[in-house]
Design a protein. Structure first.
Length: 54
């Protein structure tokens, strides 16, 4: 994300140690899991003959 003040480029280089800075919202880098988990839950429920509410 954006910083309130300019970043000290020397300090940033030391901290990153050759890596790249995150310039976007960190949460945008997380893969969506909800659909995968819903599918997994439905599969397990069917396997165990469990009826789920909608």
């Amino acid at each position: 994300g954006a910083t309130a003040a300019p970043v000290n480029s020397e300090l940033q280089a030391r901290v990153l140690d050759g890596g790249e800075a995150i310039t976007c919202r960190p949460a945008d880098l997380i893969e969506a899991e909800l659909e995968k988990l819903e599918t997994e839950l439905d599969s397990l429920a069917k396997e165990k003959s469990i009826s789920l509410a909608k």
